[in-house]
Structure formats: C-alpha cells, structure tokens
Design a protein around this ligand. Structure first.
Ligand code: PLP
Length: 377
C-alpha cells in the first residue's frame, strides 16, 4: 500500500469546473468578484470584518509587518521552531527576528522565553499556531499589553483552530493564514491577512497592490508596494474549500483521534499536546520520538511506501541565521530537540482508515524493534 503524506481534497467538482469555465469565458482572472467573495466568506467564518486575500502565507506575514510599520532598528519575537517564512518575513523588513525557544509538549512558543526576549527595540510578537495547535495567547497578549507590543499571529496552518471559542488569527492586531496545499483549506498558493483595525487592513490592501489607493476612482501612489494579490483561480478554489471548512476540520479531528488511539501507548512516542481550552483544526499530525531521530523514522517509512517528513525547522539553527548570529543548539535546546525527533505522518482529508492503520502498524513495529518487550498491548 502506498500512502501519501498530504493531498488536497475537492468536493463538488462539477461546480468547480463550471466556475473555471465561466472564468475562462468572462476573462476576469485577477481582481474580480471571486476574490472579494472569498474574502467575505473567510471574514464571515472568522467573525472579523477585515480580511485581505493575498498571494501566499509568506506575503501575508510580510504585509502585516510592513503595514504595522515594522522595519530597520525594530525587533520581532518569533518561535525558534517554525517554518522559515515566519522569521524571513521579519528579516526582509529590515527588522531583526529574535528567536524564543518553544515548549516541547505543544511545540509552540514558550511565553516565559518570549518575555525574556523583550528589549527596548521589540515592536511585536509573532506567535505561531503550529500545525493547528494554538499558541499560549493569554500569556502573550498579557505580555504585549504590558510592553505595548503588537501581536501578529502566524496562523498559517490554523484556520478554524480556537481558544475559548475565539478563532486563531483574530486575537492579535493581525492574523496571517496560508492556503498552501498542505493546509486544511487550499487555494494552491494563497494567503490572507485579517486585521482587528480597518485602517490596518486598508494598508495591507494598498501594499498588496503596488502601494496604490483609489479614492473616488482617482488613483494615487501612497507607498512603494508589491504585487502580492490573490488571483481569481485561487479564489475559486478557496470558495469551494472554505465553503466546507467545518466538515474538513471534523474529518481531520476524527483522523487525529484514530491515530491517537492507535499510537498513544507506543513507548517513547508523544503527540503534540494542546489544552482543554483549545479546539485544534489539525493541519498536520506531528509526533515526537524520544530516542529515534526523525530521519531514521522517515527512511524506514519510505522503504514501506509511506511518505513522511520532518515536522518543521529549528530556524535559528539553519545556515543563514546560525551563521549571522552564531547560534548553536544550546541556545534553543527544545527547538533543536524537536527538530531532530519530530515526524509528520500521512494526514489529510480522504486518508482512509486502512491507510492510517497501516502507517500506525509500521511505526509501532519500528519502535517495538528498538524497545523490545515494552508497550505490548
Ligand atoms: C508556520 C508557517 N508560516 C508561514 C508559512 C508560509 O506560507 P506559504 O507557504 O503560503 O507562503 C507556512 C507554510 O507552510 C507555515 O507553516
């Protein structure tokens, strides 16, 4: 049996193909009604009035930072275990990403480390709701309030995750989503910025489209901007995906529960933890192995036709940041540990129970062969 790591699922194919057909006929490929409808749909789902669709999650982070006027001389606190885009977006504004280590149970930023990282130059905290697990927003919002910092949530993989009923991405000044194919809802490439404040959303809209604004139809160039727009084809996919986001999330939660039942007693294997107060819209299933390194597991799975990969990256330990700031694993021991021991297992809408059972059996056999006699049921 061959099992893929991830695969987007589209329902209502006829409707989607008809929409694409209509788009070819009407010829509106950019800046049309579909992008606006997609923004309205996502905003309605998230319960926020201000949503701007953009070309990727990376563009969303970059624009949120720039719209908050963050740049040279500023510092932004980011977790040490995340996708490189989180830190890169900060670096590309000219500000400095200041890395804070994570909690090794939730894989999200440790608020006490974030607190220690604050200096007189800190302008913002950028927590990541990693793989759909909410970051500890209570403690971070408190810190932000005390030190007058902005909070930009990297909710790239957390559309639909909640803390005490509040949607991730809507708690700080701005929230950034990705619609890459490994996310719960995809537009192929695509992203979104949601902003608490309408003026901030307007700045994002202006910067995503060359820095131009139109007042009563009269164009003006406010600031040099980008072309970070989402196109109509992407928005058509997004309308289908976000249109059934809750069933997509429920299916993932069921699949996550199945994996948990199959693997929770395996010795030396731990699931990413979350609190009772949270609802996770699981983007990925990432598990930590205490004594086996991730590449040994990944290679073993690949030999059995199962695609797997590492969870994500200890970004300050990757070439550019490591060399620029002279970082070593001792600076971020938890991120370093999880980077070496966490594996993303096959997880997507449409993965069958048989496939999950096969993956779990292969993982169990591997661990059992390393720890004979333990964990038998
Ligand atoms: C935590 C995080 N932030 C940002 C991004 C960037 O999103 P995109 O690939 O849409 O640019 C990703 C992508 O996987 C991510 O996982």
């Amino acid at each position: 049996m061959k099992v893929r790591l991830s695969k987007p699922s589209f329902a209502g194919r006829e409707k989607l193909l008809a929409e694409f057909g209509e788009m070819l006929n009407d010829g509106y490929l950019v800046s049309g009604r579909r992008v606006r409808e997609f923004e309205d749909l996502a905003a309605g789902y998230l319960g926020t009035p201000n949503a701007a669709a953009v070309s990727s999650g990376t563009a969303a982070l970059h624009l949120a930072l720039l719209a908050l006027d963050i740049g040279p001389g500023d510092e932004v606190i980011v977790p040490a275990y995340t996708f490189p885009a989180t830190a890169n977006a900060v670096e590309l504004t000219g500000a400095r990403p200041v890395f804070a280590d994570i909690d090794s149970k939730t894989f999200t930023i440790d608020p006490s480390r974030a607190r220690m990282a604050v200096t007189g130059r800190t302008r913002a905290i950028m927590p990541v709701h990693l793989f759909g697990v909410p970051a500890p927003m209570d403690a971070l919002m408190q810190l932000a309030h005390e030190r007058s910092l902005a909070v930009i949530e990297d909710a790239a993989g957390a559309l639909g995750s909640e803390i005490l009923g509040r949607k991730c991405g809507t708690i700080g000044e701005a929230g950034c989503f990705s619609f890459h194919p490994r996310k719960v809802a995809t537009t192929a490439e695509g992203g979104m910025v949601v902003a608490r404040d309408q003026a901030l959303a307007e700045r994002v809209r202006m910067l995503r489209s060359h820095g131009m604004s139109f007042k009563d139809g009269v164009p003006n160039l406010i600031l040099p901007g980008f072309n970070y727009r989402m196109n109509e084809m992407e928005a058509a996919l997004g309308l289908e995906q976000v249109g059934r986001i809750e069933p997509l999330i429920q299916e993932r939660r069921k699949l996550h529960e199945r994996y948990r039942k199959l693997l929770e007693k395996v010795p030396g294997l731990a699931f990413q933890q979350t609190s009772q107060q949270c609802r996770c819209a699981w983007q990925s299933l990432v598990v930590r192995f205490d004594t086996i390194d991730s590449w040994t597991i990944i290679e073993h799975l690949r030999q059995r036709d199962i695609e797997a990969t590492i969870g994500t990256y200890a970004v300050p330990l990757l070439g550019y940041y490591r060399d620029k700031y002279n970082f070593g694993p001792a600076d971020f021991p938890k991120a370093a540990e999880i980077y070496e021991h966490a594996v993303a297992l096959p997880f997507y809408n449409g993965l069958t129970e048989d496939e999950a059972d096969y993956v779990a059996a292969v993982v169990r056999d591997l661990v059992e062969s390393r720890h004979p006699g333990q964990g038998k049921r």
